[in-house]
Design a protein around this ligand. Structure first.
Ligand SMILES: [Zn+2]
Length: 304
């Protein structure tokens, strides 16, 4: 029994590695990512080390962590969910999602499911169906698991019948801003995914990126439609400035138009047709181009 369980974990890891490297998976990344996620999830459900709290259930790669590490993260996650629910003003409610939690034990339907693993790629929300969060286990050793950032994505995510599209600058900038806000005001652990010094330092970091060519190449995507083509593949040169500039811009908007309008902008994307730019203008009274100009000025950047 023990041996069979071990094999299940190993084969999930091998499958993830194999799928991630075959040319076929590039042709249809969504399908192979879902296959990896499902296989990893089933392996963890049957063999992972599980910790359950009031608001969450966490499964960890078997034997990869100490009970102290598992319980420590579970406690932070449990408190983080409550802090985020208060900030955002919504409660996790799995009945909001039309697809039942396939594979998840029914007792856990009202708890947020986290899979803490090195077998499913970088930390992310899997929203194909019932939402599940994957957290990259190896970040546990550096106390930098982005549980707050990813949980923001989950709480702001609504039914997948959306008319609009949640733009990456808004989704990522909002999640990073809220993570740092919560850590500063309610405690918890920041991931430092890209910004080094949180909301207090993100404008200076954004300005530093704007003095580089890669950083300047990001500006047209901030407050606008689409994302840089290398966002997923070039974490160091493209994702880093993209996340930092998005966080700085969203921080400016949170502090200027206020929390409720920014949260409304995030959720409006799921509820009504229209672009983010149109919604930002309708909600705030100014076009995103004007907001971008004012934000760049506010952080001290003057384009040549
Ligand atoms: Zn994110």
């Amino acid at each position: 029994m023990q041996r069979a369980k071990k094999r299940a974990i190993i084969s999930a890891v091998a499958l993830a590695a194999a799928l991630g490297q075959t040319p076929g998976s590039r042709r249809n990344p969504a399908t192979s990512e879902r296959a990896i996620e499902s296989n990893v999830m089933y392996a963890l459900l049957s063999t992972g080390d599980r910790v359950e709290t009031e608001r969450a259930v966490l499964w960890f790669d078997r034997g990869a962590t100490t009970p102290e590490q598992r319980n420590g993260l579970a406690e932070r996650v449990n408190k983080g969910i409550a802090d985020l629910e208060q900030f955002i003003g919504v409660r996790f409610d799995s009945s909001r999602f039309p697809i039942p939690p396939t594979g998840l034990p029914a007792d856990f339907a009202q708890k947020v499911p986290y899979f803490v693993t090195d077998a499913a790629g970088i930390s992310h929300l899997d929203h194909f169906g019932h939402p599940r969060l994957f957290l990259l286990l190896r970040r546990l050793s550096t106390d930098s698991i982005p549980y707050l950032h990813e949980t923001v994505h989950l709480l702001l995510f609504q039914t997948p019948s959306q008319q609009g599209r949640l733009e990456s600058w808004l989704a990522e900038g909002t999640a990073s801003y809220i993570e740092d806000y919560i850590v500063e005001h309610a405690g918890g652990q920041r991931s430092g995914l890209f910004s080094k010094n949180g909301n207090a330092g993100v404008d200076a970091e954004a300005l530093a990126y704007l003095n580089t060519e890669d950083g300047r190449s990001i500006v047209p995507f901030i407050g606008a439609h689409g994302e840089p083509s290398a966002l997923r593949s070039d974490r160091a040169n493209i994702a880093a400035p993209f996340y930092v500039l998005s966080q700085s811009f969203c921080k400016y908007l949170f502090e200027t138009i206020g929390r409720s309008k920014m949260l409304k902008l995030n959720t409006a994307m799921w509820e009504e047709p229209g672009t983010t730019e149109e919604k930002l203008e309708a909600i705030s009274g100014k076009s995103s181009e004007v907001w971008r100009k004012e934000w760049l000025q506010s952080i001290g950047y003057t384009p040549n």
